[in-house]
Design a protein around this ligand. Structure first.
Ligand code: DPP
Ligand code: ZN
Length: 872
């Protein structure tokens, strides 16, 4: 199948000066009338035909400057419409007919529950009408929506509502006008009977902006947190980047059926309910945080994405990497920067590193795709954000912000490229970033091998750094990257040492950023009285794998003494990784458990204990991260080793965990305050260990927490521990939860998810029955992700069951799902693409299943691209 290539880019031949859309929404069919003013772009060959993209559309009529076109005036294919001869300027009117109620792909115009909604990024607009559906065609939109007044009292689109009226047969209409030119992927329409939560925001310059959250009536009362988050995001963007909102109204609509998390349509964000709705009874602390982050993310897109957009979809990270980074800065400002950074790195390592080591590896700016929806990846988003973070590290906060502002001013209203951004940052920072640009073009996770030497007589300490990047598809050899390596040196007494490179005057800095640009470099520090312990990659200053041969004692030492919170956490994780991996290799050292126990106890006894940081430090490394440390992983052995260590730490520290549990459980009613959240986090971590002691009193503690909890965080923490058991009390709790929440979809998703991720040996069989449960529904992406996604990505030991049943079950469902929703089906196939990471018998079965999918008739481009690349 044909790949789209970056090198084939050509500017659009026609501009759309204005588009006027008219939607007549109906239960059987929907009619769309589009009137466009088109003109040939300057410098374009006057004979270039007009091509409009269109997919799954029924064309009813076509008029050019008022003249109906006959069937042989144009060419219609499955991809669109071509008119061979057109004037330089003309008006084109297109009538199409759609059946949104049958649109299970959830791209374009579709139904979710009782409402109509749209998703146009990346290429959904072509499923609404024929149009040059590419991000470098920006146009002014006016949109009229006409529908039944009773069923759809609320009719929304981008911009401002400028007119409304009644029409025949109990119908009404509203006209929207968006003053900002935009690409079609930012178009949105919503119609429904919706509850509206209104508020106001006064901008820094004193303008009042109306804020409106629309949800189904059943969800009224659960938008308060999202509303407050939005106001915080608006304030933060004014204070941090000097960016003020640019329309009089900002609307957010929550829909239950949504392929992605949320969508930044101009003035009318459409969100997955998951990232809007939050109340203590139904949402966990993590859900509350995610709502704030995603609300921020979509809001920040209003500048980084909407005001300045992408020239083509290869530039996706231009808006996504930058916006994820802005979202991360916002979350850091609203909470604990150290905890945020730890969570970001956990995610990068569990989602992006494996992708970068798989057949799906691609640069942050890919150079070819078959289906762009497959490139909304961890690499484009979160590695893209790491790249932006490195500009920030290299330029410093002030120059970075100035650079972003200059970029937004210079390219306002344009569709640009990653080079445009890089160039502006280089100019503003006064830095040559040519080599830095390789982060965009070379895939793979670089590995830093660091070796050191100490010359006691000279007081000189040398760090030698070698960088390498493994081959990735189409890129056998890599050029060195420009890598900021933040580091410090810690003295034997635990004090941070001043860092003076050879030839430099005395200085007081105890953290500095070394810049790596060559495959091998040495850094010589002087004036040291004793051999220091190096603290490397502080704050995780670059998305790399660090390899330095710490002793176990060094790690324990850094866990206690490093001044950098991230580095402390990392030291503890590395210690735990070693102990668990030794078990995987059948090595059982007496002193291992003791080391971990002492390290953990040290964290808990630390006088300045920060409960949420402690909870991060005391959580064992994830199974997926452990698997990455091995050439070929056996997920069942990893699970057994990790659970073994967990149980032993539970037993060895049982009294401590019980004390922590009772000390940190928040007293009194639920509150969304940092101290209360941290308390719940640490208490639930302790409960997790206690669940592994095997003592009856601890089992009862878990049951008691489930039954007494007044909030979803505590209820779900207990329920997920119960889902690891299969006794009567556990079953009773699961039944109770289902009974209580079966009418609240987002909470029911949690019920599915905890079971799909159960560590019980019978989990695979349980997943099979969950897939036959009457509440399971392949049409709903959240439900699919909470069973199939949670199982295949979040339960490695069960998914990789040596029988291969897990793979077969996944492949069966991918094939069924592909006929309904190719985008989501392709996502679900990703765990199979990582087959090289596992032992040979597993590899064989995984490839057989990939092959079986690849050979299925009428496979979508989406799934085809994932499985065929996986097999290459
Ligand atoms: N552009 C959306 C977002 O990342 C995803 N479709 O916010
Ligand atoms: Zn985004």
């Amino acid at each position: 199948r044909a790949a789209v290539k970056l090198s084939d880019y050509t500017p659009p031949a026609f501009r759309v000066e204005h588009i006027d859309l008219y939607f007549s929404l109906g239960e059987e069919y929907t009619r769309v009338r589009s009137r466009m003013r088109l003109c040939r772009a300057e410098g374009t060959d006057p004979h270039t035909p007009l091509h409009l993209d269109g997919e799954a559309l029924e064309l009813e009529a076509l008029y050019l400057d008022g003249q109906a076109l006959a069937i042989d005036d144009y060419l219609l294919t499955r991809q669109g419409l071509t008119i061979e001869r057109v004037p330089d300027r003309f008006e084109l009117e297109v009538h199409t007919l759609l059946r949104p109620q049958d649109n299970t792909a959830l791209s374009g115009l579709y139904r979710s529950g009782g409402m109509f909604c749209t998703q146009c990024e990346a290429e959904g607009f072509r499923r609404i009408t024929y149009y040059p559906d590419r991000p470098d065609v920006l146009s002014r939109f006016t949109t009229t929506i006409e529908a039944d007044r009773e069923r759809y009292p609320v009719l929304l689109s981008n911009g401002n509502a400028v007119d409304r009226g009644e029409s025949e047969g109990g119908r009404h209409w509203v006209r929207w006008d968006d003053p900002w030119p935009k690409p079609s992927y930012l178009f949105a329409l919503v119609a429904g009977d919706l509850h509206c939560h209104r508020d106001r925001y006064r901008t820094a310059s004193g303008r009042d902006v109306q804020l409106a959250f629309y949800v189904e009536h059943a969800n009224a009362g659960r938008t308060g947190h999202a509303m407050e988050s939005l106001k915080r995001a608006m304030r933060w963007d004014e204070e941090t980047y000097g960016l003020e909102y640019d329309l009089d109204i900002y609307m957010v609509v929550a829909v239950g059926d949504f392929n992605m998390g949320a969508m930044e349509n101009k003035g009318l964000n459409i969100f997955n309910t998951q990232y809007v709705l939050a109340s203590p009874e139904t949402a966990t602390d993590a859900d509350f945080e995610a709502v704030e982050a995603v609300i921020g993310h979509e809001y920040f897109h209003n500048y980084t994405g909407n005001r300045v957009t992408c020239r083509d979809w290869f530039q996706l990270s231009l808006k996504e990497g930058l916006t994820v980074f802005r979202e991360q800065q916002f979350s850091e400002a609203m909470g604990s920067p150290a905890v945020q950074r730890i969570q970001q790195v956990r995610l990068l390592r569990s989602a992006q590193f494996p992708e970068d080591a798989s057949p799906m590896a691609h640069p942050v700016r890919p150079d070819a795709y078959v289906e762009i929806n497959n490139f909304y990846t961890a690499t484009v988003y979160i590695k893209g954000a790491e790249v932006i973070r490195m500009y920030h590290t290299l330029l410093g906060d002030g120059a970075f912000r100035n650079g972003v502002r200059r970029y937004l001013e210079r390219f306002d209203g344009q569709a640009v490229t990653i080079e445009d951004f890089l160039q502006t940052m280089a100019e503003t920072g006064g830095r040559d970033l040519t080599q830095f640009g390789r982060w965009y073009t070379q895939a793979g996770t670089p590995r830093l091998r660091v070796r050191d030497a100490f010359d006691a007589d000279a007081g000189r300490y040398t760090l030698r750094v070698v960088q390498e990047c493994p081959p990735t598809p189409g890129q056998p050899a890599k050029q060195p990257f420009h890598i900021p390596l933040a580091m410090g040196l810690v003295g034997r007494d635990g004090q941070a040492l001043p860092l003076r490179l050879a030839g430099e005057p005395e200085g007081q800095a105890t953290t500095r950023v070394l810049e790596l640009t060559r495959s091998e470099q040495a850094f010589v520090f002087e004036g040291l009285a004793e051999r220091p312990v190096p603290s490397l990659l502080r704050g995780f200053s670059a998305p790399v794998i660090l390899d330095y041969d710490y002793s176990d004692d060094d790690l324990a030492f850094l866990l206690t003494h490093d001044s950098d919170a991230f580095a402390r956490w990392e030291a503890g994780q590395q210690l735990a990784v070693r102990v668990i991996l030794r078990r995987v290799h059948g090595e059982r050292r007496e002193e291992d458990l003791d080391k971990l126990r002492r390290a953990f106890a040290g964290v808990l006894e630390h006088p300045g204990l920060d409960a949420s940081l402690a909870a991060e430090a005391l959580a064992l490394p994830q199974e997926t991260y452990l698997a990455q440390q091995l050439e070929q992983a056996d997920p069942v052995a990893i699970r057994a080793a990790r659970e073994g260590v967990r149980a032993e730490l539970a037993g060895a520290l049982a009294a401590t965990w019980r004390t922590v549990y009772s000390r940190y459980r928040p007293q009194g009613p639920w509150r969304l305050e940092p101290a209360a959240i941290a308390g719940r986090r640490l208490a639930n971590l302790a409960l997790g260990y206690l669940a592994a002691t095997g003592a009856a009193e601890d089992d009862e503690r878990v049951e008691r927490q489930y039954h007494q909890a007044d909030n979803m965080t505590d209820s779900l923490a207990a329920l997920s521990l119960l889902a690891d058991r299969d006794d009567a009390a556990a079953q009773a709790a699961l039944d109770d939860f289902h009974q209580r929440w079966r009418h609240v979809p987002l909470v029911l998703d949690k019920w599915f998810r905890v079971q799909a991720m159960s560590r019980h040996p019978g989990a695979l069989a349980r997943v099979q029955s969950l897939l036959r449960h009457p509440d399971f529904d392949l049409h709903n992406p959240n439900r699919v992700r909470s069973v199939i996604g949670a199982f295949a990505q979040g339960n490695p030991a069960a998914f990789h069951d040596s029988s291969g049943e897990g793979y077969r079950l996944l492949a069966d469902h991918i094939l069924r799902l592909d006929t309904l929703n190719p985008q989501v089906a392709a996502r679900m196939a990703l765990p199979l693409s990582k087959w090289q990471r596992y032992d040979l018998p597993r590899q064989q079965i995984m490839k057989t299943e990939l092959q079986r999918i690849a050979e299925a008739p009428s496979l979508s481009n989406d799934v085809y691209e994932v499985v065929s690349r996986s097999l290459e």
